[in-house]
Ligand binder design. Structure first.
Ligand SMILES: Cc1cc2nc3c(=O)[nH]c(=O)nc-3n(C[C@H](O)[C@H](O)[C@H](O)COP(=O)(O)O)c2cc1C
Length: 261
């Protein structure tokens, strides 16, 4: 069976999960959800399509929602979704299921994996011992997920009380308009003008002008720019000063750049 995994990942956790799954599935390709939408319909009765992504604000990332809404999936496709999160998995899988249902596509298998937190504007990454523990537990969980997907097992997204009350409307009331959020990003004097922040931004929100990164106000808040700056020159106001950066140890910045169109 041919499989395609669409992933998004800011710090590599989702990419590592996508890679672990793809290694074990026959004829499996990984594609970034930040690249162009496929022009042709995807999937089909003998194919599987997977989504691997982080939880953002108890939901899926904003641009992923748009990607899935526009993706043309053929009927009969075996569809799976694996989300990963740091503390609160929220409503991401239920909302994804709803989007797919509107397209008459069933989410056949839905599961989640706990991974290290990367929301650096609120908390630092876990310490090395904790990281090791999280990776060990997640690897066991991913192995079980692989077995289930390989056998075309079904698993519906768990419905929580949160998923009933945390509707899309409520989300917009709480988080408002994300676009101006990037006004607090600054590059301090450690910036070497290398342009890596611009290259890794999944939504082309950073332009380099006169050797300075300028954020363009359509930020998705993934914080890749902060996490992958080689000199740790990018800060979000004062919140990230002196806070350790994080990315999954098996993932390099090139892995993101090479999947960009
Ligand atoms: C903007 C943003 C929002 C997040 N929201 C949540 C959340 O609601 N619940 C949670 O448990 N983790 C949350 N996280 C943490 C990530 O889901 C988690 O660290 C994930 O493993 C990151 O995966 P990645 O490395 O593939 O980007 C958030 C992270 C970011 C950057």
């Amino acid at each position: 069976m041919k499989s395609t995994i669409y992933y998004f990942s800011a710090t590599g956790n989702s990419l590592e999960i996508a890679r672990q799954i793809s290694k074990e599935l026959d004829n499996c390709t990984i594609k970034s959800m930040t690249t162009k939408l496929p022009e042709e319909p995807v999937g089909g009765p003998d194919e599987s399509i997977g989504f691997v992504f982080p939880v953002y604000y108890l939901d899926m990332p904003f641009f992923m929602e748009q990607f899935v809404e526009k993706l043309n999936i053929l009927p009969g496709t075996f569809c799976f979704a694996i989300t990963n999160y740091a503390r609160y998995k929220g409503n991401a899988l239920n909302n994804l299921e709803e989007i797919l249902q509107k397209k008459n596509i069933q989410l056949d298998y839905a599961d989640e994996v706990k991974m290290p937190g990367n929301y650096i504007v609120s908390y630092p990454p876990p310490n090395p011992d904790k990281l090791e523990e999280i990776f060990k537990t997640s690897r066991i969980k991913v192995d079980n997920i692989i077995k289930s997907i390989s056998n075309n097992n079904k698993k519906t997204a768990e419905k929580s009380l949160l998923s009933r009350i945390f509707t899309k409307h409520l989300k917009f009331i709480i988080f408002g308009n994300i676009s101006k959020w990037d006004e607090k990003f600054v590059a301090d004097n450690k910036c070497t003008c290398c342009g890596q922040c611009s290259e890794v931004c999944p939504v082309e929100n950073i332009k380099i002008e006169n050797c300075h990164p300028i954020w363009q106000h359509h930020c998705e808040r993934c914080l890749r720019c902060i996490q992958w700056c080689p000199t740790e020159a990018i800060q979000y106001g004062k919140k990230t000063v002196g806070i350790k950066r994080y990315h999954h140890p098996n993932v390099t910045v090139e892995n993101f750049i090479e999947t960009k169109d």
